[in-house]
Design a protein around this ligand. Structure first.
Ligand SMILES: [Ca+2]
Ligand SMILES: [Ca+2]
Length: 251
């Protein structure tokens, strides 16, 4: 009887190990990030735009609502149109990713606009929205405030890609209910990048950084935890089995 319990536990553990780490993990990033409104390279004092905002300018054009991570794909829900170009005054911002523990400010920039979509720049130098718009009369988002105030990176300055990932933009069909208000969804396949289990992203929406979203992904539990947990169960079962054997031998 005891052996049957032990064998069952062992089989369950082996089945769990064979299944491997969860593949369909999902993670949600709300957009809680504010940007400081700037004009002529200084915090703006223009009417209505003094201080910190989720969106600078028209929300129907610039609002990013949130993001999900599903099967290693980052899905960003936004009103930013992938068709926007120079005539609108700004380009689609590059997506910047920082691996935890890395000495680089950012380890990757991924281009999301149509011309070089999916191009990956490693350890990129970058322009901020302040670099690109400091002479502009437009009011734009210059700095963001997560983990201390920082400039918003929006554009890898060296456009020679080292890698390429799949990027797709979708219209209204795929959005989950929480993001029904978004006009577009950018689907960025991150599975080919070496990100580990702990990384950050920042996306300024457009090169004007009128809305900026920041997300921190930290995976748990990892397969090693499953193994320790399973080993602990086996240990407890073995302990109980031996203890009962001792008691049986005395009676
Ligand atoms: Ca925001
Ligand atoms: Ca927003």
């Amino acid at each position: 009887m005891k052996k049957i319990v032990l064998v069952s536990l062992t089989l369950a553990l082996l089945a769990a190990l064979a299944a491997g780490p969860a593949q369909a993990y999902s993670y949600t990033f709300a957009d809680n990030t504010l940007v400081e409104a700037y004009q002529h390279g200084r915090p703006s004092t223009a009417h209505g735009y003094t201080g910190w905002f989720d969106v600078v300018g028209t929300p129907s054009k610039f609002n990013t609502l949130g993001a999900d991570l599903v099967n290693g794909h980052l899905l960003i829900y936004s009103n930013w149109s992938p068709a926007r170009d120079r005539t609108e005054g700004a380009y689609t911002a590059d997506l910047f990713i920082s691996v935890a523990g890395s000495s680089q400010p950012y380890d990757y920039a991924i281009r999301l606009d149509g011309w070089g979509q999916g191009n990956v720049y490693e350890n990129p130098d970058f322009f901020t929205s302040n670099d690109l718009f400091r002479r502009s009369d437009d009011i734009y988002g210059g700095k963001y405030e997560n983990n201390g105030v920082k400039d918003v990176p929006v554009w890898a300055s060296d456009r020679h890609p080292q890698d390429k990932v799949d990027v797709d933009w979708y219209g209204s069909t795929r959005r989950p209910d929480a993001y029904k208000g978004a006009t577009f969804e950018a689907d960025i396949d991150l599975t080919g990048l070496d990100l580990g289990n702990d990384w950050y992203f920042v996306w300024g929406t457009g090169t004007c950084a009128n809305d900026t979203i920041v997300g921190h992904y930290h995976a748990c539990p990892i397969p090693g935890d499953f193994f320790l947990f399973g080993s602990g169960l086996l240990g407890l079962a073995a302990y109980g089995w031996r203890k009962r054997d001792l008691l049986d031998s005395r009676s």
